[in-house]
Design a protein around this ligand. Structure first.
Ligand code: BDP
Length: 677
């Protein structure tokens, strides 16, 4: 046995001790007709395990109990209710999945679930589909490695060029996901290489093994597929959506999938983007492409998650009229109303690419007759690559609660919930989901799951916000701390809040300023600073800094016209320098260095100050964390300490490069006199 085999995998937010309040009680489970469901077995297993560890009992007859988990036909369609009367806490749900989610709600609440009596509280998930996408490759890619943008070791699904024989990590992962209400997982990279493409055909029995492990936790399995599959896998001369042979090929492929995995979720598709094949090659649009696949899975109740991340990655940086931010709207808004009911258009939260700060994508407001899902990035590609502490709950909360238009009740959460937009038909009845939320997972085969142990909080917060987008992200962080470090000294909780609550804003403060984005190093896979790294390349991610000023003019009046893609009030708010929020200023406007922000500081002084102050903040975290030695698990302590040292080094590098860059461009000194080189 190698040392790696002897290191226990960190239990994340499900350590046995977190089950003590529930497990020390008599828990009655009444499963009703769902008793044979694999999820029902999980509910029983969880209760057995908790009560065995903590001295309580599983009660399956009418005997006395302190807790009841009960099936009822008129409980809410999704989720569960909780009530406490006469000293008994009851969780009621319409199916086993609801009971599982209710059970974990009790675990999260701890002793508080067994306090004073309270009337029934209904807890239903807002997003019907709450998905994680894995950008895992089967073969190790020469540039991207095994997990594209993965920062936590290898894949939990694949090793040695195939699906792992030992999938015990997947089983443990499924349990973690089920406990926070995730109900969908796509298990391979959206960039589908030939080996992964074959999961759809030759690899189906392996996919079924994976699906068998997710199913007992209420999670359905999806595959990313290549639009070129009919050619690549089927040997057809074309993948043209209008070709009857192509349609028949997809229908037969879907039939085989569902014959093997009857509850298969569906497909995720990246088409005509960054080199992936798509309908454009045949003169068709993305509605044609998406509907082709949707019709193949529709008879089986499947869904196609079609990504709106479509842009020209061969731009001419000298041509200021082209703007990558415009691309998703330009491609997709005209297609509103043309997608089949079982297509969900998967839209990145911002118009560019998972930056630390972006405005909310205008596509979300522009397609009231299309089912939409918002896509987030839990893996920290642009937010410190799991070397840096960067708790993303506040970013996602801000996105999800963003009001889309004037006086409207529609916010991003209502899109995620599938509430029909103005002028849209009511959602068709049936089992197809009406909206959703997806995110790229940050998990790998690392002993702490996420490389940086504190990055577990991002996975946790994602699941919890997908369930309830209105939840306070700091309260969710507190919940995560309580579960992950049960019974820990008060100093642990306080220190974690000190490090994590504002860590997204701290990260933002030492990286690219005021919403301009990128400035990351292409040579280090987007890690660390390189201010001009993408400035003269084809990717469309520019800051346009020169001796006079910086920022991208995306106004209608003088720029790319991107602000015109927003409804009121946002188009006016962003168009006008006077009302554009500071944190997005350089996303929308090109301004002189002396431009005065709402904060009262000039742009250049803001750049200087924020970067210097942020490094001071991060430096202070090192001592704060060191003081916890002996109060948390030693291995975890050491891993976080090692990452914090790297965060200080990297933040310092960011500070120095960005300050120096702008000093050399502008010639404007830092009024505080701090040295610049
Ligand atoms: C970018 C990543 C790239 C992904 C792409 C996507 O750098 O690896 O393939 O997003 O979302 O952020 O498809």
């Amino acid at each position: 046995m190698s040392t790696a085999d002897t290191i226990p995998v960190h239990p994340a937010w499900l350590p046995d001790a977190a089950f003590a309040p529930l497990g020390s009680r008599r828990v009655r489970v009444a499963l009703g007709p769902d008793a044979a469901d694999p999820v029902a077995a999980t509910v029983l297993d969880e209760v057995r395990r908790a009560t065995a560890a903590h001295g309580g009992a599983l009660v399956t007859d009418d005997g006395p109990s302190d807790v009841v988990l009960r099936w009822e036909p008129d409980a809410p369609a999704a989720g569960f209710t909780t009530t406490r009367t006469g000293g008994v806490t009851s969780v009621v749900a319409r199916d086993a999945v609801g009971l599982l989610h209710g059970l974990h709600a009790l675990v999260r609440a701890g002793e508080a679930a067994f306090g004073a009596d309270h009337p029934t509280v209904v807890d239903t998930p807002v997003a019907p589909v709450r998905m994680l996408d894995h950008w895992d490759n089967i073969d190790v890619h020469p540039v991207m490695g095994q997990v594209e943008r993965g920062y936590a070791g290898g894949s939990i699904f694949y090793a040695d060029g195939r699906v792992r024989d030992d999938l015990s990590r997947v089983a443990a992962y499924a349990r973690l996901l089920g406990s926070i209400g995730i109900n969908a997982v796509a298990i391979n990279n959206v960039n589908v290489h030939r080996t992964e493409a074959r999961l759809l055909t030759d690899g189906l029995s392996d996919v079924a093994r994976v699906a068998d492990l997710f199913r007992p936790h209420g999670v359905r399995t999806y595959l990313s597929v290549s639009f070129a599959s009919p050619v690549v896998l089927g040997g057809l001369p074309t993948s043209d959506p209008a070709d009857p042979d192509v349609q028949a090929w997809w229908a037969a492929a879907a039939d085989r999938v569902y014959a093997t995995i009857p509850d298969f979720g569906g497909f995720v598709v990246k088409a005509d983007s960054e080199g992936q094949p798509g309908p454009f090659a045949y003169g068709r649009d993305h509605a044609d492409g998406a509907n082709l696949l949707a019709r193949a899975v529709a008879p089986h109740g499947g869904t196609v998650f079609w990504r709106a991340f479509v842009y020209n990655h061969e731009q001419d940086w000298r041509d200021r009229r082209t703007d990558r931010a415009r691309a998703a709207y330009d491609h997709f808004a005209p297609l509103d109303g043309r997608f089949d009911d079982n297509v969900v258009l998967q839209v990145k939260y911002g118009p560019m690419d998972f930056q630390t700060r972006e405005p909310v994508s205008p596509v979300l407001a522009a397609m009231p007759r299309t089912r939409l899902a918002v896509e987030l990035q839990v893996t920290q590609e642009y937010t410190g690559q799991q070397q840096h502490v960067c708790y993303l709950g506040p970013l996602w909360s801000q996105v999800l609660t963003f009001p889309l238009a004037d006086g409207a009740t529609r916010d991003v959460a209502s899109i995620v919930a599938g509430v029909p937009g103005p002028g849209a038909d009511a959602p068709p009845s049936g089992s197809t989901p009406t909206g959703g939320i997806t995110a790229v997972s940050n998990v790998g085969d690392d002993e702490f799951w996420t490389g940086h142990p504190l990055a577990q909080a991002n996975l946790y917060a994602y699941g919890r916000l997908a369930w309830d987008p209105q939840a306070d992200p700091v309260a969710l962080l507190d919940e995560w701390i309580g579960l992950t470090f049960p019974g820990a000294d008060r100093r642990v909780r306080d220190t974690l809040h000190t490090l994590m609550d504002g860590s997204w804003l701290t990260y933002e403060a030492y990286t690219a300023p005021l919403g301009v984005g990128f400035m990351v190093d292409p040579g280090r896979q987007h890690y660390g600073p390189n201010v001009d790294g993408y400035e003269y390349s084809k990717w469309g991610t520019y800051h346009f800094a020169d001796r006079d000023g910086v920022g991208v003019d995306r106004t209608v009046a003088t720029g790319t016209g991107y602000t015109g893609q927003y409804p009121s009030p946002w188009r006016e708010t962003y168009e006008d320098l006077a009302t554009c929020p500071d944190e997005l200023l350089l996303f929308f406007h090109h301004v002189p260095y002396g431009h005065v922000l709402h904060s009262g500081r000039t742009v250049i002084q803001h750049v200087y100050d924020s970067r210097a102050d942020a490094v001071d903040v991060v430096t202070a975290w090192v001592d704060a964390w060191s003081a916890l030695r002996g109060l948390v698990d030693d291995r975890l302590h050491a891993r976080v300490a090692e990452r914090l040292a790297e965060q200080v080094r990297s933040a310092t590098e960011w500070r120095d490069q960005v300050r120096t860059y702008f000093f050399r461009k502008s010639g404007v000194p830092d009024t505080t006199g701090r040295p610049i080189h």
